[in-house]
Design a protein around this ligand. Structure first.
Ligand code: 6PG
Length: 249
């Protein structure tokens, strides 16, 4: 892992979510001040639920939400009202609780049975918002990521085809061990971001966090190691339980 990693070690999960919420609000405020808007890609799974709840409870008045544009760094290949949907989780914990114009929310159209078509449509949605030339890669202001116990992030699972994608922004990734396709940002899109923020909490992530931050295994085995913004900041928010196997002080 490159030395430029900003590792923020918190004690309890609540401290972690509080610190991460403050960072998201800070980046949002700076982005809006500098560029008139804040583009964020939310992560899914269970860890960010508490972060979203905290932001919804505390930041209602501190951010001009009409200048914030929401995307997802990955999504399950399920309808938006499916209990597994990352969109549904964010809608319930965050989006439904803040004055966000619906036009600012860009769910992955994951209800379409054709996963490749979903990925292509979502890539076009992103390109449209950023209004870039076909060869340019959009720079999200902030991309939130979690990490699974196998070192996956977004839906970039170990030794899956999406890890090799060098030009697409979004792709459908078949995950054999889950027997399902996932829709995911690719590494070119992740690594173009101004800020990439990992949230890692709990003892079950301790071994893989040591591997990712300190180990020398091939990055394809721990895809979180492949997230290294080329011209952006990488911040890891970890709690004491997740950091319990790190050797660095
Ligand atoms: C997803 C996520 C995924 C998640 C990790 C960690 O769609 O599940 O985007 O990458 O961040 O699996 O999940 P937990 O936070 O639930 O441990």
């Amino acid at each position: 892992m490159t030395a430029s990693v900003d590792l923020r070690r918190l004690t309890t999960p609540q401290d972690l979510f509080q610190a991460a919420a403050e960072e998201v609000i800070r980046v949002a405020t700076d982005s809006i001040a500098q560029r008139g808007r804040f583009t964020i890609a939310l992560s899914g799974g269970s860890t960010p639920r508490n972060l979203y709840t905290l932001i919804a409870a505390n930041a209602g008045a501190s951010v001009p939400w009409d200048k914030v544009f929401f995307f997802w760094s990955d999504e399950r290949h399920v309808p938006l009202d499916d209990p597994d949907s990352n969109y549904l989780m964010a809608k319930e914990t965050l989006l439904s609780k803040l004055p966000i114009p619906p036009a600012n929310i860009f769910p992955v159209p994951a209800g379409n049975k054709d996963a490749e078509a979903v990925a292509e449509a979502y890539e076009q949605t992103i390109r449209n918002l950023f209004a870039l030339k076909p060869t340019e890669v959009p720079r999200f202001d902030l991309i939130l990521l979690g990490m699974g116990p196998d070192g996956h992030t977004a839906s970039l699972f170990p030794e899956t085809p999406a890890l090799e994608e060098k030009s697409r922004l979004v792709t459908a990734n078949w995950v054999e061990k889950l027997k399902t396709s996932r829709i995911t940002f690719t590494l070119p899109l992740l690594n173009a971001a101004r800020y990439v923020v990992f949230l890692v909490s709990g003892t079950d992530k301790a071994a893989v966090l040591r591997e990712v931050l300190e180990g020398d295994a091939p990055p394809e085995k721990y895809p979180s190691k492949l997230v290294r913004p080329s011209n952006g900041k990488l911040i890891w928010f970890v709690d004491r339980a997740a950091a319990s196997q790190l050797t660095t002080a």
